[in-house]
Ligand binder design. Structure first.
Ligand code: FAD
Length: 289
């Protein structure tokens, strides 16, 4: 089913993100995790698309498994990095053949060894151009990324949201946000999005911070701020993984409860390919019918 239709039918959507494992042998573990995540009855599961190749083919394979073998709904991520129009066309054909109806259209980050995103010759320069191309095929529901704390290359929120509007005007049906830890940032962003005349649902991305060591990477890739109360608490217990996990779960539950109370269109959990923690969080949340 198209996510556009799911969002139109439901007041609220629940979803999870998984990523293709780097090592071939780990894919079977991921399939076990996906089945456990599907038992939590999400509206869809999204599958990321690797920045520098390698795991890219796996995105279609995993999304196809979710849709065709496990009976869930899949959202395949797709980026412009190092891809020509012809490459993207081939992936779209492959997705359509696998019965995948939903794509998260992204520009993508530069590969690890490169500093800036460089448009591939014959490719796309930003996510909006990719949305336009995918939509011209007429068969996919398309989502795009939004940044409550502004995309790291953008000078300010006004410019960033004006660019977000271009993606929606190109045909995007929904927005999934970058992770954030302060709900006030999400509410500010949602207000600005509405003021700009963007009417598609904004789904909140929640990242339970299970590993203290993830913090530097998160901070280097985005403008996301970690509230001092969260940081200091995690720092105090950083040598005790079970305490980090317990506090992160509690924090994600509080974030989710507040977002649901404030009528968020959906919650999208960055699962980091773990189901047990996500199940603990979901079991404590009451979702709208
Ligand atoms: P864009 O929307 O193209 O924006 C990039 C920058 O260009 C922004 O600063 C924007 O303001 C500006 N811009 C946009 N349009 C225009 C325009 N028309 N003219 C001028 N400037 C413009 N990365 C991966 O590699 N794989 C993934 O699977 C993946 N999944 C993600 C899922 C979510 C929910 C999110 C939030 C991010 C994900 N990313 C993923 C990261 C994403 O690729 C990076 O954040 C990337 O730097 C920007 O991608 P974008 O689609 O937001 O780009």
């Amino acid at each position: 089913m198209k996510i556009k239709d799911i969002l139109e039918e439901n007041r609220f959507s629940l979803s999870f993100e998984v990523f293709p494992p780097k090592r071939e042998g780990n894919i079977e573990n991921l399939y076990v995790t996906i089945e456990e995540l599907l038992a939590l009855k999400p509206d869809f599961i999204s599958v990321t698309y690797g920045a520098g190749g390698g795991t890219r083919d796996k995105t279609v394979e995993i999304a196809s498994k979710i849709k065709n073998e496990f009976g869930g709904e899949a959202l395949a991520h797709l980026t412009c990095v190092k891809s020509t129009r012809k490459d993207i066309s081939e992936i779209l054909i492959n997705l359509a053949e696998c019965n995948i109806e939903n794509i998260l259209a992204l520009r993508g980050d530069p590969p690890d060894n490169e500093e800036m995103f460089v448009k591939c010759e014959g490719g796309f320069g930003n996510a909006g151009e990719l949305v336009d191309f995918i939509k011209s095929e007429g068969i996919f529901s398309v989502g795009v990324a939004g940044y409550p704390e502004v995309h790291i290359e953008s000078p300010n929120m006004t410019t960033d949201i004006a660019n977000l509007k271009k993606k929606v005007d190109a045909g995007a049906d929904f927005i999934i946000t970058q992770l954030f830890f302060e709900n006030s940032a999400f509410y500010r962003f949602r207000d600005e999005v509405l003021k700009t005349g963007i009417a598609v649902p904004v789904i909140a991305g929640i990242f339970p911070l299970f590993n203290f060591k993830q913090i530097p990477k998160i901070l280097s890739l985005s403008n996301t701020k970690i509230p001092s109360v969260l940081y200091e608490k995690l720092l105090r217990v950083s040598e005790k993984p079970e305490e980090v996990e317990k506090y992160s779960i509690e924090y994600a539950i509080r974030q989710g409860e507040d977002l649901v109370r404030n009528e968020v269109a959906g919650l999208h959990f960055y699962s980091m390919n773990k189901s047990r923690h996500i199940a603990c969080i979901i079991s404590e949340l009451d979702f709208p019918d």
